[in-house]
Design a protein. Sequence first.
Length: 131
Amino acid sequence: MNLLIVDDSKIVRRVLKNTTARYFKAPEWKEFNVFEAEDGNEAMAIMEKEKIDIMLLDWNMPNMTGPEVVEAVRAKKEWNKTRIIMATTEGSKSSVLAMIKKGANGYMVKPFQEEAIFKTLDTITARMPKS
């Protein structure tokens, strides 16, 4: 399992990294790697080098926004299996629907609670192979 956390806040990246590490520590997940990016440009560079299974993506970032990242990821056929979870303060119904239409697979609104993160990951990983 390769996870990419994309957020311009170092604190948010740390919280998500620690929480997802607890989630993927379960025995059924044989390998778990976390990559971090401060913005969309850095995320795209990582996507070019690594096979990313799940991306936790902020909306408002410098250089390349979350919506722009979703569009870029969905534009490349080889990245279509990457699951994108928006992890953002943009929680209005219209924002959620807009990102789902663009190709996001899930949504979490800040501030995060561990239980909500685990529930979202349960939904996203339900059909993913565990090895």
